[in-house]
Design a protein around this ligand. Structure first.
Ligand code: GLY
Length: 522
């Protein structure tokens, strides 16, 4: 229940990413049956969506439309996801788990420095929408200062409706009407039927074995789990520990592995209800061996020399689905672990910070701009620079491909050892990968594993990104090997993790990269 209560509370206290009208993924390990499941509450494209809906008259991708217009919103999944998790796996009632969120919204809570700065920095975008302007700034347009109370009455009313009526309190009745009215007014596509037809999908997590440990993570429509396991498979063939953490030899291998995984991502990953994602082939150990054997240990490969590696024409994997009749960089992650060993890894998002900036008047929440995660046009990158094609083209009721990677690592006995995940758009998968390697290979405690500098490569752009703290000597060796190195002026990921220590102690660690996070003992 802690996970569901946290999900609702974040919709109040972290409006940039916590949400009611976004989507996400929850990987749940149930201690009793030693069972792990993956809940998909990702947004769906509205029924009236079309493949070319984000192209302008010249046939080019129109970023304004896919990121900031009402068309950028997919049908929200979060409320359905949280209510489903509570009903099927929770121990308290829905009323009990929503109550703290209602109180936070109705009575207000003191604004912290993070929220104050974050809202002020987005004034331009949020104030273009009159509902957002009234919800997130004072009546005279002034910013909320740290310590001042932030009250969200309309949001409290919406949460009350959900508390009383469950999913119908959001997907039908007054809340649904407010959403549909605003979509109509602004030219969005979400209809009454789209909201009524939204479905949470329970999926098998994608799991792999790395040396002695099993790792389970989110399957498609996230690319996270598949490529996490693929990258671990390739890396398993080298003695990484002897190379040393963040040595040039280690970073080179990581980079080459990331380059190949993201090439595959561009071609073979999409919503599995619409596209036959070749998961088994991508996570096969033999495929990992063949990719590893193509990696030079002394020289960087140019990304232009790497293509998706399975040798399958991506177009042949399109399913003739009767779309919709099947169940089918700013995100936030939380991890929970109870005393019985039930573990939840949850990543949720509106896509950008504050989504598309459009709030629903009277309902008090922001809409997502998740439609930008579809591939608007083959070969044209989305906001995270990610490429895609037919596998991730827009289709009615399809879910856009994600990078969110909620993950759980198990020990040899099948007991949870580490639960982790991160925001960060395209850098999520590589962040989770490095956190897991830091714990499993370099034997770091979770606080250190969360803090040490990270790198990122995603095939295109062909740049090896690094955070401050990677030694200049190391960077010079990598540059000599042919890597185009580039320091980031932002951070790579921001994990929220829990680890079981060697003496059985449960240790939580918020990533120090971003403010406002914490660990609370059970
Ligand atoms: N919207 C970012 C992601 O889902 O990967």
């Amino acid at each position: 229940y802690a996970a569901v209560a946290t999900g609702f509370a974040l919709a109040v206290t972290l409006p940039r990413a916590g949400n009611l009208a976004g989507g996400g993924f929850m990987v749940i390990h149930l201690a009793g049956g030693k069972k792990t499941i993956a809940l998909d509450y990702r947004e769906m494209a509205p029924m009236a969506s079309e493949r070319s809906m984000f192209l302008d008259k010249k046939g080019d991708a129109d970023k304004q439309l896919s990121r900031y217009s009402a068309l950028s919103s997919g049908v929200p999944g979060t409320v359905a996801g949280l209510v489903h998790a509570q009903a099927n796996y929770g121990t308290l009632t829905l009323k009990e788990v929503i109550q703290p969120a209602i109180m936070l919204a109705r009575d207000g809570f003191p604004v912290n420095v993070d929220l104050s700065n974050s809202l002020a920095s987005r004034f331009e975008r949020l104030s273009k929408n009159s509902a957002s302007k009234s919800y997130f700034f004072k009546e005279n347009g002034e910013f909320y200062q740290p310590g001042e109370f932030f009250v969200q009455t309309h949001l409290a009313n919406t949460l009350e409706r959900i508390s009383k009526d469950g999913v119908s309190g959001f997907y039908e009745g007054h809340t649904a009407q407010l959403i549909v009215d605003e979509m109509r007014r602004l030219g969005g596509l979400i209809s009454e039927d789209d909201l009524k037809n939204y479905r949470v999908v329970t999926r098998e997590p994608v799991c792999g074995i790395f040396h002695k440990n099993t790792i389970c993570a989110m399957p498609p429509p996230s690319s996270g789990g598949v490529h996490l396991i693929q990258m671990l498979n390739i890396l398993e063939g080298w003695d990484l520990k002897s190379l040393g953490h963040n040595s040039a030899a280690y970073i080179h291998r990581l980079t080459e592995v990331m380059r190949r995984a993201y090439a595959d991502r561009s071609a073979y990953l999409g919503d599995p209800d619409f596209y036959s994602v070749p998961i088994d082939q991508i996570v096969h150990k033999e495929y990992a061996d063949s990719l590893r054997s193509g990696i030079s240990l002394v020289k960087a490969t140019a990304s232009t020399d790497i293509q998706p590696g399975l040798g399958i024409d991506p177009e042949t994997l399109i399913l003739n689905s009767g779309h919709g009749d099947k169940e089918s960089s700013e995100t936030t992650h939380f991890s929970t672990w109870d005393r019985w060993g039930n573990v939840v890894s949850n990543t949720t998002t509106l896509n950008f910070s504050y989504g598309n900036g459009i709030s629903i008047p009277g309902a008090g929440f922001l809409m997502n701009n998740e439609m930008d995660d579809f591939s608007a046009k083959p070969g044209t990158p989305n906001a995270f620079g990610l490429l895609g094609g037919a596998a991730n083209a827009v289709e009615p009721y399809k879910r856009p491909l994600s990078s969110m990677t909620p993950a759980i690592v198990f020990d040899e006995k099948g007991l949870p050892l580490l639960v982790t995940g991160s925001p960060g758009g395209s850098t999520i998968i590589t962040t989770v990968l490095q956190t897991i390697l830091n714990v499993l290979v370099f034997e770091m405690g979770i606080a250190e594993a969360s803090s040490v500098p990270r790198i990122h490569h995603q095939w295109f752009p062909d740049k090896l990104l690094f955070e401050s703290g990677v030694s200049p000597d190391t960077l010079s060796i990598l540059s000599d090997m042919g890597h185009d190195i580039s320091d980031v002026d932002y951070v790579i990921g921001a994990t929220q993790s829990i680890q079981r220590g060697s003496n059985g102690t449960i240790l939580g660690a918020p990533d120090p990269r971003r403010p406002g996070a914490g660990a609370v003992p059970q």
